[in-house]
Design a protein around this ligand. Sequence first.
Ligand code: ADP
Ligand code: MG
Length: 253
Amino acid sequence: MTRVISVISGKGGVGKTTIVSNLGIALAEMGIDITVIDCNLTTPNLGFHLGMPIFPKNLHDVLKGKEKISDVIYEHDSGLKIIPAGIGINDLKGIDPRRLSNALLGLYGVTDIVIIDAAAGLGREAMAAIENSDELLIVTNPELPAVLDAVKAYKIAENIGIKAFGVVLNRISGKKHELNEYEISNIIELPIVAKIREDENVRKSISAKIPIVKYKPYSKTSYEIRMLASKIVGKPFEFEIPWHKRFFGFFFD
Ligand code: ADP
Ligand code: MG
């Protein structure tokens, strides 16, 4: 059965696209048939994160009723499948986010997991993704405004019967002003399923258009993302570390 997971947040810029691109690759490398969809209809950038910015046909064409979803699936080097969104202003004309639910039917049975890179907030774009999900992964930074917005998004999803798998805490710097993980899980009342540090290699990897699980595969950040991938599919964590990395240490990449 195909599982549809939306990666959501209340606040923008917390790291959803970073998580989606890296989690997608981590799952693909585990042999899972995985498709990621860019549902940021107004400001898409999943293709940029994956080094695949331009596509002839995209999700916008599907939401205009011009293409079938099966005709806008592209493959990344890792084996990950991506359904990109159109990056042009003209792509926005005549789209109807309500067509998403019908479009997703075309992926049932075709792929094991669909991960939707949702828009931030609770507007039409974000709600189209949430309503069509089996479960949610909520991304937040360890700051009160981001956590409160995440709670709001989650509560609205919960009201329409969509459950969350857990919270990804991203950009932890360990500074005093930050909320700690206990405070956050108390506010949000969900388990924290991954803790990712503030890591300048994430920014470097985005600028290199190579997600960090490929750019720095043996880093602590990549390890956390692979652990999250294992939790999502309920499989034990297995990641082969080459001999020279064992000599120099696991997290010294
Ligand atoms: P969203 O999709 O939620 O808007 P992005 O994934 O685009 O967020 O991330 C926004 C920016 O935050 C990225 O361009 C990157 O520079 C930065 N970023 C994300 N995660 C981290 C991290 N763990 N460490 C450092 N910078 C990060
Ligand atoms: Mg994004």
